[in-house]
Design a binder for this molecule. Structure first.
Ligand code: ASP
Ligand code: MG
Length: 418
């Protein structure tokens, strides 16, 4: 049975990180491994800038291209010690990228996005696969465009599970003996046009490979000790969650915890494949395990979301918040692609908390204008506590000014005025 490893940008961000990845793989050299890798460091953001300069700011195209090229070649040069063997693999890829950028873009932004942004993953995997092959860790390079088959919904490709399973299994059957290195986040249509699966989608890629191969487990290698119960940026006393259920992981992702890509859990749950989150800095440490098992003791978890809008909507004709009014409101929300983080109603008001997307919000207000009056708070903060206790609430909320509160048996959500 296969094990699937996923290495994100931070785990391949520089020379030491790439060497460390090799050390980790060597620990598992007797296993059948599929290794899914993201773009190096924060390169995906850099590729987004490159794409935008192609579209909107051609004068900075060349310099944005050079930043990306130099970043990769800098790491490469340190890895290859003047042999030039990895550089020789990467240079033609940069030439191809530059050739594309020298032409006029297609005006289909999302399609060009996938075509350009995917170079990040392509370059990182080429670099790493070549480095490993040159240094005694033999592996096969697989192109995810041929294996992860999607529809042509660019930037958010929907998986064609049947075709994907067939392609992945075929590839693995033909290449049975060596570790396989492939890209996270990217896929391809049946016509082999490049697609991507949504930002941070490499976790999902790992789950797709696991599902299609009935893998024994998936490990996501991170720069933290495992899944934490809060983002340390917002909460100083974050601790590791040793074990949580699939359901809890989905709940945490739903409330906005940025631990794993939200689509990752479903394919794993469907085949009961456990997911481990481990530190690439301490590969032998325990990490966290996500599986079917519901642990007895549930550690409270905290999710902090800033820049929230709290919007209250009132029917102008003094009617109730009934199904008809809700239908109107929801259709406007859906039309403007806004995501509700929390909602509550009274007889004549409907209140929602959502992320601030300025244009979309302005359009929503316009849509509501005819039938509804509105009041809103910008810049609010939404705090979610799973498995809360009175002490936790006191500690996290204290005497901050609460605009709205909602609680179920397991979850407390509070919107706080800034
Ligand atoms: N490189 C992509 C991103 O940063 C995919 C990923 O890292 O999962 O969004
Ligand atoms: Mg990334």
């Amino acid at each position: 049975m296969h094990k699937i490893f996923k290495f994100g940008g931070a785990s391949v961000k520089d020379v030491e990180a790439v060497r460390n990845l090799k050390t980790i793989l060597e620990i598992y050299k007797n296993e059948k491994l599929i290794v899914v890798i993201s773009a190096i460091g924060k390169m995906t953001n850099q590729f987004e800038k490159l794409l935008d300069s192609w579209y909107f700011e051609p004068e900075s195209l060349k310099s944005n291209f050079e930043i990306i090229k130099n970043y990769h070649l800098d790491i490469t040069k340190q890895l290859e010690n003047s042999s030039g063997e990895i550089t020789a693999v990467l240079l033609p890829i940069f030439d191809r990228l530059f050739e594309i950028l020298s032409e006029k873009h297609s005006n289909h932004y999302d399609k060009d996005y996938d075509n350009i942004i995917s170079f990040g993953e392509y370059l990182s995997t080429k670099l790493i696969s070549t480095y490993l092959n040159l240094n005694g860790f033999e592996n096969h390079f697989a192109c995810a465009i041929d294996l992860v088959k999607t529809d042509d919904n660019f930037r958010e490709g929907k998986i064609d599970w049947k075709e994907t399973e067939k392609a992945i299994r075929d590839f693995v059957e033909k290449n049975p003996n060596k570790t396989i290195i492939t890209q996270g986040f990217i896929g391809g249509t049946m016509n082999n046009e490049v697609t991507t699966l949504g930002r941070e989608g490499s976790d999902y890629s790992a789950a797709i490979f696991a599902y299609c191969l009935n893998a024994s487990e998936v490990t996501i290698w991170k720069d933290v000790s495992g899944l934490l119960n809060a983002d340390p940026k917002f909460y100083h006393d974050a601790v590791k969650l040793n074990e949580i259920s699939y359901q809890e992981a989905v709940e945490l992702a739903y409330y906005g915890a940025t631990i794993i890509h939200p689509k990752t859990i479903k394919p794993l749950q469907n085949k009961k494949i456990p997911l481990f989150v481990k530190s690439f800095l301490a590969p032998c440490d325990e990490g966290s395990k996500i599986s079917e098992v519901e642990p007895l003791h549930k550690t409270p978890s905290y999710i902090f979301k800033t820049e929230q809008i709290l919007l209250s909507i009132f029917p102008k004709d003094y009617s109730f918040i009934d199904a008809e009014n809700l239908m109107k409101i929801f259709s406007f929300i859906s039309k403007n692609k806004l995501k509700i983080n929390l909602m509550q109603n009274s007889a004549m008001s409907f209140t929602i908390c959502m992320d601030n997307k300025p244009n979309r919000f302005a359009n929503l207000l316009k849509d509501l204008e005819n039938n509804f009056a509105v009041r809103y708070n910008m810049n609010a903060k939404l705090i979610t506590i799973r498995h809360f206790t009175p002490e936790e609430i006191e500690k996290v909320i204290g005497n901050q000014s609460v605009l709205l509160e909602q609680r179920s048996r397991t979850t407390l959500q509070v919107v706080i005025k800034n």
